[in-house]
Design a protein around this ligand. Structure first.
Ligand code: HEC
Length: 151
């Protein structure tokens, strides 16, 4: 009787550990990356962003310069789509972490993040990696917040 009980346990253990195969198990705890994606923060180095109020004027100025140099060729500051989506209200549609990961980790974002993939389907161009540092991405975020009317 005891032996049968043990073998039943072993059998159940086996089911639990290898059941499912490639399909992710809903009950299993999420990996940190999956957690980030599920929270709408995207995927990449940026795990959390502190937003300051009022805006940091120096960052806004630097962010504008980066925009003019590296982003304006594809993004308008209105809601009008150009090569990529217009930036109006982007800071209201997206979490700051998502925006900064999109800017610093675009290839992986386009491969793994559903919202980024929806944009790709809409724009039909993959945003190129612009080699933007984390600090520069934070400056651009500040400029976007200013563009969205934050003070
Ligand atoms: C060659 C064109 C191009 C350039 C240059 C470019 N982008 Fe993009 N961007 C895109 C496209 C296209 C998308 C939509 C996603 C896709 O299709 O890859 C996008 C999407 C985005 C999004 C998401 C917008 C939303 O509505 O959620 C952000 C944020 C963004 N880009 C930031 C930047 C920043 C910051 C720069 C400059 C450092 C930049 N992009 C430069 C083409 C570009």
């Amino acid at each position: 009787m005891k032996i049968r009980y043990y073998s039943l346990c072993l059998f159940l253990l086996g089911l639990a550990s290898c059941g499912g195969g490639s399909a992710p198990q809903t009950a299993a705890p999420k990996s940190p990356d999956e957690q980030m994606l599920a929270e709408g923060k995207g995927i990449g180095e940026i795990k959390s962003v502190e937003l300051n109020s009022p805006l940091d004027a120096e960052r806004v100025t630097r962010g504008k310069a980066i925009y003019d140099m590296k982003c304006a060729a594809c993004h308008k500051l209105t809601d009008q789509k150009f090569v990529g989506p217009g930036w109006k209200d982007v800071t209201k549609r997206r979490k700051p972490e998502w925006i900064m990961n999109m800017v610093t980790n675009v290839e992986i974002m386009l491969d793994k993040d559903e919202e980024a993939q929806k944009l790709l389907q809409l724009c039909l161009t993959r945003m190129p990696n612009q080699n933007v540092s984390t600090g520069d991405a934070r400056d651009v975020l500040e400029f976007m917040r200013s563009n969205d009317g934050e003070k």
